[in-house]
Design a protein around this ligand. Structure first.
Ligand code: ARG
Length: 278
């Protein structure tokens, strides 16, 4: 295995030197040294070619997510799209890697990172003290909040009114954790695999309220008649990318890429594509 890698590396270096780098098909090493003699156009063509080769050579970056969370990740026809998908794709490109999406239950994401089945957890995942015991988080990339969805004619007007009610949440989310506090006040928590299933249950009169992140809440409310979001948010949270505890090499790389995406405005452009400013 090691030998093969070395052989490839040598071949890359040789191709690079034989062609004087101009039309190099080599990987990262040869791509790094743009000589002053090259024209700008040359350099650009080369950069493009190098990116492609790096993509092929850089390996696969497995993103664990739960694509039931519009506008961050959701199914659109046959594909999984959304803010997190585009951010992860941009990061993978910067790392010279190919992104692969593993769509699983939300509460399986951290175990998959721990077992090494996935490299990054990108799922509108809120940074919390509890999760930090099991995974590392990158710098945050957006702010969010938990909100309450109720039927338009509901007698629930704010967080205090949740006492004694049936509250629907997505299993294992911060909405679940936060709503669970109300169990002490006589509330019953119904945990669903998908946030939308909780909304459906409320539409069917099975539960009184849903606690979920604000952006998916807006999508679900827009898609269904007769429900609304209460003004007062329950929490303010920050989303970040989760990475296996101790994998500082990947953490640093992803943080660097994320920093560049923030700096260039690309991150904001991706967010703006999916969330229109109020
Ligand atoms: N922000 C919440 C949390 O971290 C909910 C995330 C749910 N994400 C998803 N892709 N289903 O717990």
């Amino acid at each position: 295995m090691k030998k093969q890698v070395l052989a490839l590396f040598m071949a890359a270096v040789m191709t690079g030197s034989l062609t004087g780098c101009g039309s190099s098909t080599a990987g990262p090493t040869a791509g790094a040294d743009t000589t002053a003699a090259e024209t700008k156009a040359d350099a650009e063509t080369k950069a493009e070619a190098d990116t492609k080769t790096e993509e092929a050579a850089g390996g696969v970056l497995v993103m664990a997510t739960n694509a039931e969370f519009p506008p961050y990740e959701y199914h659109d026809g046959g594909s999984i799209v959304g803010i997190d998908v585009e951010v992860a794709e941009a990061i993978a490109a910067k790392l010279g890697m190919t992104l692969e999406i593993d769509d699983i239950a939300f509460d399986s994401i951290i175990p998959e990172l721990e077992s090494g089945k996935a490299d990054i957890g990108v799922a509108g995942m809120t940074v919390s003290e509890d999760r930090l015991k099991n995974v590392d988080f990158t710098d945050t990339y957006t702010t969010a909040s938990q909100v309450i969805i109720v039927k338009e004619d509901s007698d629930i007007a704010g967080p205090d009114d949740l006492a004694g009610k049936y509250i629907g949440v997505q299993l294992g989310t911060t909405g679940d954790i936060y709503a669970s506090d109300y169990e002490e006040e006589g509330s019953t928590i119904e945990r669903y695999n998908k946030g939308f299933e909780a909304v459906q249950a409320m539409l069917q009169g099975k539960i009184d309220a849903v606690v979920i992140d604000v952006e998916p809440a807006k999508v679900f409310v827009a898609q269904n008649e007769g429900i609304k979001i209460l003004d007062e948010p329950l929490t303010v949270e920050e989303y970040a990318i989760a990475i296996k505890k101790g994998n500082t090499e990947l953490l640093d790389k992803v943080n660097k890429a994320l920093g560049e995406l923030k700096e260039s405005g690309e991150l904001q452009a991706i967010i703006d594509k999916y969330i229109s400013a109020e």
